[in-house]
Design a protein around this ligand. Structure first.
Ligand code: PHE
Length: 336
């Protein structure tokens, strides 16, 4: 038995085969076990001799199985290691990552431009007090200009802000008369509008600069620099007289026509100019309402439509595309 078993065990090439042999010799129904079982039929003299020998064989087979098992396990491990070698020259698996909404891209770019000019970025609440949104901005409740911005009211006192201008008041009150004030405030605003160039939710960046000796020339220079940093140094701006209750004088500001980025599309209007913002010199009443003395300090303010800028930059024709959630829109901006 030992001889045959030795041969068979050496010949076992897998752990499975080896296990079969273990059962065959050492198992409950195995050959050695059978020999030991038959001991009862032997004479008392034979019994210790045969028993001793059978146990020795059993131990030797156990040892053989044990050694062979170690060898096979080692072999298996080596095999696994060679099979699982990683080929580091294989191309990687491309991971799908999302893209930023174009409005986020444009908003960040605009923030960067203003920060580079020394503006501090501040934010204000979207649910605004009627006083900050209108009253303090020189729009008393009887003022006809309130109709310019059809408002979502929450209660008589609270509303969804119709522009970022209330941040002007909040900022000046916070600064308590200190100079200079120089902030840019991005955020969502809300109006009852819904057509290709007006969305009920849109975003603005409010700019406010207050100091001694601020003039309209500072405003114009600032906006020109903004336009050129945003759209390229060949861009011009033009100021048209306009009306806002919180600025005097007021202007609407156009930028010279833009060939949008991408496939050569043009967003040029017939006139060669496109409106992107409203601006003006801060009205004396607004300065007073916010604790500044209009005879001592002056300031300018502007409100830029972020969607307008993004539409120009990317040649988007319908403002509502930014809010439609259509994946075909956002897919174009992956990696942007
Ligand atoms: N708040 C104005 C609007 O939403 C824009 C503006 C801001 C105009 C600051 C002048 C000064 O239309």
């Amino acid at each position: 038995i030992l001889k045959i078993a030795t041969n068979e065990i050496d010949g076992a090439n897998t752990l499975e085969q080896l296990n079969d042999l273990r059962v065959k010799y050492l198992g409950k129904k195995g050959e050695i076990t059978a020999v030991l079982r038959q001991m009862g039929s032997l004479s008392p003299e034979e019994r210790p001799v045969v028993g001793k020998y059978a146990n020795e064989v059993k131990e030797q087979i156990q040892e053989l199985v044990c050694d062979r098992e170690k060898e096979l396990k080692q072999k298996e491990m080596e095999q696994k290691l060679t099979q699982e070698t990683i080929d580091i020259t294989l191309p990687g698996v491309k991971r799908n990552i999302g893209g930023l909404n174009p409005l986020t891209i444009v908003k960040r770019k605009m923030e960067e431009v203003f920060m580079s000019m020394g503006y501090e970025i501040v934010e204000g609440p979207e649910i605004e007090n009627e006083y900050f949104n209108f009253e303090a901005l020189n729009l008393p409740s009887t003022h006809p200009a309130r109709d310019m911005q059809d408002t979502f009211y929450i209660t008589k006192e609270f509303l969804l802000r119709t522009h970022t201008s209330p941040v002007q008041i909040r900022t000046m009150l916070n600064k308590q008369g200190k100079l200079p004030v120089k902030i840019a405030s991005p955020g969502r605003v809300f109006r009852k509008d819904d057509d290709p160039t007006h969305s009920p939710i849109f975003q603005q960046i409010e700019g406010l600069v207050i100091d001694k000796d601020i003039t309209m020339a500072d405003l114009k220079g600032t906006l020109l620099l903004f336009a050129q940093k945003m759209f390229g140094t060949n861009k011009k701006i033009r100021l048209r007289p306009s009306y806002f209750p919180f600025t005097e004088p007021s202007a609407e500001v156009d930028i010279s026509c833009i060939m949008c980025e991408g496939n050569g599309c043009s967003t040029c209007s017939d006139t060669g100019w496109v409106e992107i913002l409203g601006a003006g010199m801060v009205h004396p009443n607004v300065l007073k309402n916010a604790g500044y003395d209009p005879s001592e300090v002056k300031g300018f303010a502007f409100g830029i439509g972020i969607e307008r800028v993004a539409m120009l930059k990317y040649g988007v024709k319908d403002i509502r595309d930014f809010y439609s959630g259509d994946i075909r829109v956002s897919k174009q901006f992956i990696g942007g």
